[in-house]
Design a protein around this ligand. Structure first.
Ligand SMILES: [Fe+2]
Length: 255
């Protein structure tokens, strides 16, 4: 009679079959899969919202510049970059007629719209290689004074990554044409953000944002090199770093 081999656990199976060479191949395979997944998510989101991913790309670059100015670690910047890039991913689950509706939304439509951070965090939670960025996605519409959504978090209850993102996103919204706004001069936008420091934005983040200097000197850099941005934000070393400590892998903090 043919013997059925006992079932192996995932760990036993990988230990038995993984040479260092296959381990490197599998890591690379996962890395490429994750990069392509982010890229495809961005394309699907553009298609669904009729927007261009350049907005998310610019915001991710500015978030990273502020993060660097604040002296964040390599890992913290990595989480910040991915979270900023995917912040609106939950809009893929919002009906299109609400997303692209011309004119004002009704109260009911707003209630649906305000679900997008939670929906985005649910999506990321399904992908272990992206789940570390879910807090930033969940909290990206929160505001320092507690008047944001979905949870109405206040001050330092909001993760630092989401507080940095809020400044970067506002600057981008003010200085680029969206359907509803008038385009502001970048210098004006910086002073407007300064004026709302401690109200909408974390004062410490605003201080570091202002320390970037005159936006005329750095603003053009936000638009450069879209092709390489994904690898910059999501470097192979950062990805491998996520696996460096299996004890903490379950909960990579969103700092
Ligand atoms: Fe959003």
């Amino acid at each position: 009679m043919r013997q059925i081999p006992p079932a192996l656990s995932f760990e036993e199976l990988t230990l038995r079959n993984f040479s260092p060479h296959t381990f490197a191949s599998v890591t690379h395979y996962l890395y490429q899969t994750t990069i392509s997944l982010i890229d495809e998510f961005m394309a699907m989101l553009d298609h669904w919202t009729f927007e261009r991913r350049s907005h998310s790309y610019r915001v991710a670059r500015l978030s990273l510049a502020i993060g660097e100015q604040m002296g964040l670690s390599h890992r913290e910047r990595f989480v910040l970059g991915v979270g900023s890039l995917l912040h609106d991913i939950g809009k893929m689950r919002i009906p299109r007629e609400i997303l692209v509706k011309p004119g004002k939304l009704t109260e009911d439509e707003w209630a649906v719209m305000r679900k997008h951070p939670g929906l985005g965090s649910d999506i990321l939670n399904r992908f272990p290689a992206l789940a570390f960025a879910r807090e930033i996605v969940l909290q990206h519409q929160e505001r320092w004074d507690g008047n944001g959504y979905p949870q109405g978090l206040k001050g330092e209850q909001i993760v630092l990554g989401a507080r940095i993102f809020a400044v970067a996103d506002s600057f981008d919204a003010m200085t680029n044409q969206r359907s509803y706004n008038k385009v502001q001069d970048p210098k004006e936008a910086v002073s407007e953000i300064e004026g709302r420091s401690g109200i909408l934005y974390d004062p410490r983040v605003v201080r570091h944002f202002c320390a970037l200097g005159n936006p005329a000197d750095w603003e053009h850099r936000l638009r450069e090199g879209e092709e390489t941005l994904l690898h910059e934000i999501f470097p192979l070393e950062g990805f491998v770093g996520l696996f460096a400590d299996p004890e903490t892998m379950e909960e990579v903090p969103a700092f």
